[in-house]
Design a protein around this ligand. Structure first.
Ligand SMILES: *Cc1c(COP(=O)(O)O)cnc(C)c1O
Length: 370
């Protein structure tokens, strides 16, 4: 195996699941979309189900099929809209789509009868995310449309929250308005004599900050991967542990003299005589080029700065002169004992989701089993 690997701590996933469970006491749906936020869908799904998760969620029909081909029989939510030509595969894989309009419901109905099965559908209500779903005023009629269908079952009713991870007063108020509007729609559905099925709304922010959003099931993603939103004091609001640890090894070490430069563009110059190590990873592995001259990696138990531009396949680290390391030593880029992907994300003005998703297929995932 190559020197650069993403070590995935499935033991931490189990611990994070237990934390969420103790907190919410609700059934758990684990989003494994985008290859489980870059961690590997099948191993993560398997570990999540062993840890007691009830549901999984994916974004594409292909992702759902991958789970089925991997032998997973648990219920799988499909969070994004599938094309008409994908619906036969959706039905064959028994995925449970979110639906929020008549046309899509009709197409699902045709796919279900074509497959000769009853498809479990979740009504998606748009209470303010503005992505997919029906207006709350239409929830009752669409719920009834699904419930009365001969080939569909109303398995659940859901909404999604836009700013639940924020503690700003106006964001908290917006989330409460979303939840009020969701509760209103649920009342409407029930008043029509329809059972809304499993009611679910809570993403990471809502699991952390809005216990009124937990309903019958919670679906936090990034929290389970180990990144909690900050509390009022700026500290992580829950003690989850990041699953992903990106490691590599020093494959070349050399002395560099004061005044010499390192890497493309010569943006790094040795301020004094030092030792430079080369790591076999770069932006071709999904390590942002923005981190050149900026990020620090853990080498020989000490944080040491990257020196110069990050190349496609390699980058350099200023090891200093203390010689507390040797060739082939392991280095941690993020996670583990080093700053985690959430810290890297803040530096890059993005979110941890993007960091873990961006570490690409060239980087083998190595699993620490429970
Ligand atoms: C991705 C997603 C989630 C999980 O979101 P996190 O912010 O990772 O907790 C929950 N629900 C839906 C509909 C999603 O698309």
């Amino acid at each position: 195996m190559r020197a650069t690997r993403a070590v995935i701590h499935l033991d931490y996933l189990r611990d994070n699941i237990n934390l969420v469970r103790e907190r919410t006491r609700r059934p758990l749906c684990v989003p494994v979309k985008a290859d489980a936020y870059g961690h590997g869908a099948l191993p993560v799904a398997g570990a999540a189900l062993s840890a007691g998760a009830e549901y999984l969620a994916v974004a594409t029909v292909g992702e759902g099929e991958e789970l089925r081909e991997g032998g997973i029989t648990a219920p799988v939510l499909l969070l994004s809209v599938a094309l008409p030509e994908e619906l036969a595969d959706l039905a064959a894989a028994d995925l449970e789509p979110l639906a929020g309009d008549e046309e899509y419901i009709e197409a699902l109905e045709r796919a279900a009868s074509g497959a000769g099965k009853k498809l479990r559908v979740h009504l998606k209500i748009d209470t303010g995310m503005g992505r997919i779903g029906c207006r709350p005023s239409l929830a009752r009629s669409l719920a009834s449309r699904i419930a009365k269908s001969g080939s569909l079952t109303l398995a659940g009713t859901a909404t999604h929250l836009a700013v639940s991870d924020s503690l700003r007063e106006e964001d908290r108020a917006f989330t409460e308005r979303q939840l009020d509007s969701f509760r209103g729609a649920l009342e409407d559905i029930r008043a029509g004599g329809i059972d809304p099925g499993i009611v679910h709304a809570a993403n990471t922010g809502a699991v952390t900050f809005h216990n009124g959003a937990w309903f019958d099931m919670v679906r936090p993603g990034i929290l389970l991967y180990g990144y909690a939103p900050p509390d009022a004091g700026g500290k992580p609001a829950m003690a989850v542990k990041p699953l992903m640890e990106l490691v590599s090894r020093l494959v070349f070490i050399k002395d560099v003299r004061r005044g010499e430069t390192v890497s493309y563009g010569r943006i790094w110059t040795a301020a004094e005589d030092t030792v430079i190590g080369t790591l076999p990873l770069g932006y071709g592995d999904g390590l942002s080029r923005q981190l050149g001259n900026t990020w620090q990696v853990l080498a020989g138990g000490v944080l040491r700065p990257l020196a110069g531009r990050i190349c496609m396949d390699q980058c350099m680290v200023d090891l200093g002169r203390d010689r507390s390391f040797s060739r082939w030593d392991e280095v941690t880029i993020f996670g583990g004992e080093a700053p985690h992907a959430g810290i890297m994300a803040s530096l890059l003005n993005t979110i941890p989701y993007e960091i873990t998703c961006t570490i690409n297929k060239r980087v083998p995932r190595v699993y620490i089993q429970v």
